[in-house]
Design a protein around this ligand. Sequence first.
Ligand code: IPM
Ligand code: MG
Length: 352
Amino acid sequence: MDARIVVLPGDGIGPEVTAEALRVLEAVARKGGHAFHFSEQLMGGCSIDRHGTALTAEALAACKASRAVLLGAVGGPKWDDPTAKVRPEQGLLALRKGLGVFANLRPVTVHPALIDSSPLKADRLQGVDILVIRELTGGLYFGQPKGRDVRDGHERAVDTLEYFDFEVRRVVELAFRLAQGRRRKVTSVDKANVLESSRLWRQVASAIGQAHPGVALDHMLVDTASMRLVVAPASFDVVVTENMFGDILTDEASVLAGSMGMLPSASLGDGGPGLYEPIHGSAPDIAGQGVANPVGTILSAAMMLRHSLGLPAEAGAVEAAVHRAIADGCRTKDLGGSLQTSRMTDEILRRL
Ligand code: IPM
Ligand code: MG
């Protein structure tokens, strides 16, 4: 198989972790006789420094013309001024919107050997295997109007939580499809006791639930869900929710896995290129030291093999190699170990 892959290393530890994931993809290509053509583009703070914008039209066009995009992380203290007109995160939002990747898959599993790395009690973590699907191109992040004005002599700021029925339908339908290959349970998270957009969300989700009698559907309010995620995380299978609810709940869920550095994500649209990135940020405090955990990005590359490159066996092999390396005690600093970023990858490659 032949595929063009755009790499957006980004800022902070982004370039360090994407470099490791590329080593793994190259090993997969060598073994299977595949040709992956990688090309790099700037996105985030590095693009602001060079071009004055977080994502240029050329970089977006290159991503659109690819089979898949691998992203490291964006942002850092240098670009953190909240009054700045140009921000690294704008690049990420423009990329998600531009690629039309409306579903963000964030699987959360707890490796048995890492149970003690989590601040939660060990017995709560047995059997945790959650797939959070966060709506990614609508909701509070993109609703219009948004902005500032002055009203009655006071400065006012507005964000809008807006959903169309079709935006809810396509992401909830994906949740049901993916639940069919899992434990057949979907929890749709909303705030239907307060928000109109959530009442539409619930109505659409219920209709889809009725069309899928083989999958159990639960509705849960987002405040309850945030509590259940730490009290009974093993009770969740597939969780599907609004953009910002999903942003917040996945940071919370990442604590279950012992380190944010472990967790991958895939953002998928309707057949176009997929976007793959670890869920951690640019970690400016450890950037440039070669100590970042590459696992989240390597597992994101595995998701790319599965969802964009049609290579599910190879994806499984990468995941198994990561699993064995962790089981054998290989640990980067975030997990209390001392392996450098590239040594951790060496250990994974040896087991691939
Ligand atoms: C994430 C991040 C982003 C988001 C930021 C960096 C804009 O927190 O991917 O979860 O809020 O979507
Ligand atoms: Mg987030």
